[in-house]
Write a protein that binds this ligand. Structure first.
Ligand code: ADP
Length: 278
């Protein structure tokens, strides 16, 4: 692992207990390195082991075999558990399960209260976190009145307030409408680019992986591919063997490249239109 590696899986295997007491293998010999400051997508079909991988990343689960290092700390080291959890924030799929406060302010304060942060520092961090997710006007709002995308942004603010080095989005857009998905993805991209937060976006939507720095494709508990979006999405047959399609925007990109029009990898149709019409 080089100095800049934030997260490293070394030959990690994991199984769950089956109904009849047997162990059911879910991850097999996973090797994965995530560098500090990168935007990484972990892409895979349902059941390929992505969520298990995410839970291993912040020590919600521990590896059966192999080692997982977060900023050089072994996730099996119980003394480092809270430090690891503070560094690795997780946003889950269902926004309603993550909101605990009666107001947005209470919700963002929750983690800080648990950490024993003093009130003055807490005030500052809540304001900063809400500003960084664009929810500063909703300080006193009741979370249940917000849209799905706004709720996920509040959940991300709660994590930002704890000053993490990495945020894992575990299918965080799966229950959102297209606008909510776009809000959360744009926010994740901005937090990565402007605030240097490492983002690990766990998703089954190939389109979301397009603008990542690196893409890891999981299939049946193994890493099938790892590389830049271009490396991964140009291997159409391997991608299809994992039950995944080449994203629409990438197909358009390749079709245009064949006609001599070269585009960067893009996520949103508006950006695509902008490039094509330029
Ligand atoms: P993904 O996030 O890619 O959908 P998961 O990591 O959730 O994949 O699941 C991988 C496999 O592990 C699936 O076959 C799933 O049924 C199984 N699995 C997940 N959680 C549990 C659990 N708590 N107990 C037993 N099996 C589980």
């Amino acid at each position: 692992m080089n100095e800049e590696s934030l997260l490293a899986f070394r030959n990690v295997s994991f199984s769950y207990d089956g109904d009849e007491g047997q162990r059911v293998p879910v991850l097999k010999s996973v090797d994965l390195t995530i560098e500090k400051g990168t935007f990484v997508s972990v892409l895979g079909h349902n059941g390929s082991g992505k969520s298990t991988l995410a839970k291993l990343m912040n020590a919600l689960l521990l590896p059966e075999d192999g080692v997982i290092l977060v900023s050089g700390f072994d996730t099996k080291d119980e003394e480092m558990l809270w430090e690891i959890r503070r560094h690795v924030g997780m946003v889950f799929q269902n926004p309603d399960n993550q909101i605990v406060g009666a107001t947005v302010e209470d919700d963002v304060a929750f983690g800080l209260e648990n950490m024993g942060v003093d009130p003055q520092e807490m005030r500052k961090r809540i304001d900063e976190a809400l500003l960084s997710v664009g929810m500063e006007k909703y300080l006193m709002a009741q979370p249940h009145r917000l849209s799905g995308g706004q709720k996920q942004r509040v959940a991300i603010a709660g994590i930002m307030a704890m000053r993490p080095s990495v945020i894992i989005l575990d299918e965080a857009t799966a229950m959102l409408d297209p606008q909510g998905r776009q809000e959360v993805m744009m926010l994740a991209r901005r937090l990565n680019r402007e605030e240097g937060i490492t983002i690990i976006n766990i998703t089954h939507f190939p389109e979301e992986a397009v603008f990542s720095d690196r893409v890891t494709v999981m299939n049946a508990g193994e890493v099938l591919m790892e590389g830049s979006p271009h490396d991964v999405f140009s291997q159409v047959e391997r991608l299809q063997s994992a039950g995944l399609d080449v994203p629409f925007s990438v197909r358009i990109r390749y079709a245009l490249a064949a006609k001599g029009i070269h585009l960067p990898f893009v996520l949103h149709q508006e950006e695509l239109v902008e490039h094509v019409c330029r």
